[in-house]
Ligand binder design. Structure first.
Ligand code: SIN
Length: 275
């Protein structure tokens, strides 16, 4: 396996790996790269849905997403889609998947199936770089704090998506979610400290109301969103991205109105997080 930086602070472009067959030591190397750099981009892949599922099982297992439409014959695969008629996309805000679960998903394997002629990139931020670049005062301020994460305000019948043209195809509107995680977690495999709050699912710090939590949370989010911490995945036919939800945030650009975009996503099983 060879790899090159995707951007200065996040991500890797990987060459010399066939995802349909990768296993053993080569798969371990790829996992270690994803844990460290946050996202790996692999080009010219030819994954069938069955290959996609088999890769996720070799990686360590599948967490079926409770909200997105599922691919008919392959319910392990969630469809992240936007039709030419829709104006709202899925994932068009900075977030990390499934932080509302007490054992959040490790990451995702996203396969491009239908792409717009241009646009529809996905942006990533490395949350280890975001933590490391905080000033010492802020690091001391957040040490020992935890935060509450939920998806209910996003997916419930009166939530964010229900007000949009994505609402009709989503599932799970009646589910109730909630999890508490430290603001700074240690990556379970690399031990690196990571800022683990995100603008989509983190509502408040434990012991404080939403209003009292927002000044600190918004300061942390603004710090993490700085452009120098970001990397951009430009999709082409045959592109697959594999990312780590603990190490990164991501953001799906919604700049291709009038065109279809369909991605197949499998969410990978993770582990409990600790400070
Ligand atoms: C997601 O948020 O998982 C979707 C990312 C994308 O469609 O680029």
């Amino acid at each position: 396996m060879e790899w090159f930086p995707l951007a200065d602070r996040v991500g890797a472009e990987v060459r010399g790996v066939d995802l349909a067959t990768v296993a053993g030591a080569a798969l371990d190397d790829l996992k270690a790269l994803v844990w460290d750099k946050g996202v790996a981009v692999l080009r010219d892949q030819t994954l069938t849905p069955e290959d996609h599922i088999a890769l996720a099982n070799r990686w360590g297992g599948i967490d079926i997403n409770n909200y997105f439409p599922l691919e008919g014959e392959h319910p392990e695969i969630a469809i992240v889609g936007k039709t030419p008629e829709q104006t709202t996309n899925i994932g068009g805000g900075w977030h990390t998947d499934h932080s509302y679960d007490q054992v959040p998903a490790m990451g995702s394997i996203l396969v491009a199936r239908t792409l717009p002629p241009k646009g529809g990139d996905t942006l990533f931020i490395h949350m280890g770089e975001a933590y490391d670049s905080l000033d010492d005062g802020t690091k001391a301020e957040i040490e020992g704090l935890s935060a509450f994460h939920t998806a209910d305000h996003i997916y419930s019948p009166d939530g964010v998506y229900a007000q949009t043209d994505q609402g009709a195809t989503l599932r799970g509107q009646d589910l109730k979610t909630g999890a508490v995680h430290p603001l700074v977690v240690r990556h379970p495999r690399t031990g690196r400290r990571l800022l683990y709050v995100n603008p989509s699912f983190t509502l408040n710090t434990v012991g404080r109301s939403r209003a009292d939590s927002l000044p600190l949370l918004q300061r942390l989010w603004a710090h993490a969103m700085r452009e120098e911490l970001q990397g951009r995945v430009e999709w082409r036919d045959g592109t697959v991205a594999i990312w780590d939800n603990r190490t990164t945030w991501h953001y799906a650009m919604n700049d291709y109105h009038g065109h279809a975009r369909e991605m197949h996503r499998i969410t990978l099983t993770g582990e409990a997080l600790a400070a």
